[in-house]
Write a protein that binds this ligand. Structure first.
Ligand code: F6P
Length: 571
């Protein structure tokens, strides 16, 4: 019997496709992150032993080593990183770096910058670094060169921003735009909001407002400040389905229509930043007014993408470009510097030292710049949504601590609130102090006092006040234990020349990479956030129950609370 040659060809094609799939499957696994329980490593055990035998007081460390500052600090062209006031000696640092190596951090970094699918649970790359790369070698993911596409969106953002800033983009009555309202939440809010506030000395002249909370009070207070004819709303949402953002977006649209705008005017006053073109169109936003980004940009790392449009409008495209350049500078440092001199790696490993060996539960970030007051809020999402995990990459419950509670506030306000606990409380709070040599105002008396406090605090935390010093000063012996400050409280200091778009880019990138390194050591998936999903789903169910005044299946507490609400809401 004669066989059909086409059939043979099909069979062969199927066979080759199968082989290709098997090959692709294994290639994918080849690039996946290592899955090592760090506590099983001899390097971990060595740190445990080292911790048990330690007897370090920072007072002695500095007495014993006249060059401790030089030995435990790194100077870059525009900032200084001092980690000498940490509870470490040279051996500790060596052991910590050994642990990083044993956890195959080097291959993790390669996979990260190589655009590999390291967000395995969501099957995506983690590739925000590509958004700030001027080197096309670091913009390839899934075999695709993204450089041109990234630049195209960036150029579109810049052209649009220039038009708005220079008053060429007009509102529906022909007036220039004066106010921008960014509507987004989480990563679609915190980064641009923090950076707009941090860089307000670089303002383009446009007023930028941020709405995130579903609580109407927030958007209401913004409506009171703006004129619909001169306002541009940016709906920033990767998914374009987030309840808070979409509710606020529809409220803004209705407000706009009630204030005199027409349906046709919406296209001119509403811009979208999203990966979901169909949803954007349904909302009534023109296709050309959608700014695109990619699923490999995680929400909490998205300020470098089109999500940063509100920021670009607020500070101008040139300053935004500087922000990208600062971040890229740290990307290069992180990628290329030996771990022993690598700032994000050192910060991360010190964090591991305190979290896993000293059992510190929190970490404070204390910027001595009022404009950086929102920096700890921003970092809370970046860090806690990433490393607040208790299941490892093998799907096993971890038997060690992961991400700490991160918090903080601008100095000196924090000094008059919670510093007492850091100085004399029973909890160890490792802290990062962030300061700037120059300020943007001319009131040097203020800045000198601010900086004097900045230096005084890390000194007081490290060295405290010994009992004999208190005895020399006080005649009341009862007060001696109360006035004694143990010291030995660890701090890092990041001292930059100036708070500029470039240095802010550096600062944010340092913390992004620190978070990455810690996730690598803890063997967790840092780039998903399943923990926040359950609450969202339950809220939707409960919303229906509230609307229908019919409560479904819940525990007695939740039922009792909803019941109380329904009974009293109309009274
Ligand atoms: O908080 C959960 C989260 O998914 C964040 O990761 C994200 O930044 C935020 O919600 C907003 O999501 P979206 O940009 O899709 O509206």
């Amino acid at each position: 019997m004669k066989t059909n040659p086409l059939l043979n060809f099909n069979k062969l094609a199927c066979y080759h496709f199968k082989i290709f799939r098997i090959f692709a499957f294994w290639i994918q696994y080849l690039f996946m992150l290592p899955k090592i329980n760090p506590t099983t490593l001899p390097e971990w055990k060595a740190l445990e032993n080292h911790y048990r035998n330690r007897n370090i007081h920072l007072r002695d460390c500095f007495l014993q080593d006249a060059h401790r500052f030089e030995n435990f600090s790194i100077t870059t062209p525009n900032f200084l990183f001092d980690f000498s006031k940490n509870l470490v000696n040279k051996e500790t640092m060596t052991l910590l770096i050994n642990l990083a190596k044993a956890c195959e951090l080097e291959s993790c970094i390669k996979a990260y910058f190589g655009g590999q699918i390291i967000n395995e649970t969501e099957e995506r790359a983690v590739f925000h670094t590509a958004l700030r790369s001027t080197d096309p070698r670091f913009t390839v993911t899934g075999g695709k060169q993204m450089y041109a596409e990234i630049q195209q969106t960036l150029q579109k953002m810049k052209a649009f921003s220039r038009k708005v800033i220079h008053g060429e983009y007009k509102g529906y009555t022909g007036k220039k735009i004066t106010d921008i309202v960014n509507i987004g939440i989480g990563g679609s809010d915190l980064g641009p909001k923090m950076a707009t506030e941090a860089l307000k000395d670089f303002s383009s002249g446009l007023r930028v407002h941020f709405v995130s909370n579903i609580d109407y009070s927030q958007i209401q207070s913004i409506f009171e400040k703006i004129n619909p004819e001169q306002t541009l709303f940016i709906i920033a949402s990767k998914t374009f389905t987030t309840q808070e953002t979409m509710t606020n977006a529809h409220t803004a649209k209705n407000w706009f229509l009630n204030q005199g705008g027409t349906k046709e005017d919406i296209a001119q006053h509403f811009i979208a930043i999203s990966c979901q073109p169909e949803e954007v169109e349904k909302f009534g936003i023109k296709a050309e007014n959608r700014f695109e980004f990619w699923d490999w940009v995680g929400g909490r790392f998205s300020m470098w993408s089109a999500i940063g449009l509100s920021l670009m409008l607020g500070i101008g495209p040139e300053n935004f470009e500087q922000l990208l350049r600062g971040a890229e500078n740290i990307d290069i440092h992180f990628r290329e510097t030996d771990f022993s001199q690598n700032i994000p790696v050192i910060m991360a490993m010190l964090g591991i030292w305190y979290r896993n060996f000293h059992h510190a539960t929190t970490h404070a970030v204390l910027p001595y710049a009022q404009n950086l007051d929102l920096f700890p809020d921003y970092l809370q999402q970046a860090d806690m949504e990433s490393n607040g995990k208790s299941v490892d990459r093998n799907g096993e419950k971890v038997n060690y601590a992961t991400g700490p509670i991160l918090w903080g506030r601008a100095g000196t306000n924090g000094q008059h609130a919670f510093y007492q606990l850091i100085h004399q409380g029973t909890t160890l709070v490792p802290s990062d102090f962030i300061g700037f040599v120059k300020s943007h105002h001319t009131e040097s008396t203020h800045h000198e006092k601010l900086m004097a406090n900045f230096f005084a605090q890390t000194e007081a935390l490290a060295f405290g006040k010994a009992e004999r010093e208190v005895c020399n000063e006080s005649t009341n012996t009862k007060l001696i234990p109360h006035k004694t400050l143990e010291g030995n409280k660890p701090t890092n200091t990041l001292l930059f020349q100036e708070l500029t778009p470039y240095t802010l880019g550096q600062l944010v990138a340092i913390y992004e990479h620190k978070i990455f390194v810690q996730g690598a050591i803890w063997n967790i998936f840092s780039f998903d956030q399943f923990g926040v999903e359950l609450g969202k789903v339950l809220a939707n169910t409960i919303l229906d129950e509230i609307k229908n005044e019919k409560i479904g299946q819940h525990d007695s507490s939740t039922k009792g609370l909803i019941n109380y609400y329904i009974q009293h809401k109309n009274q």
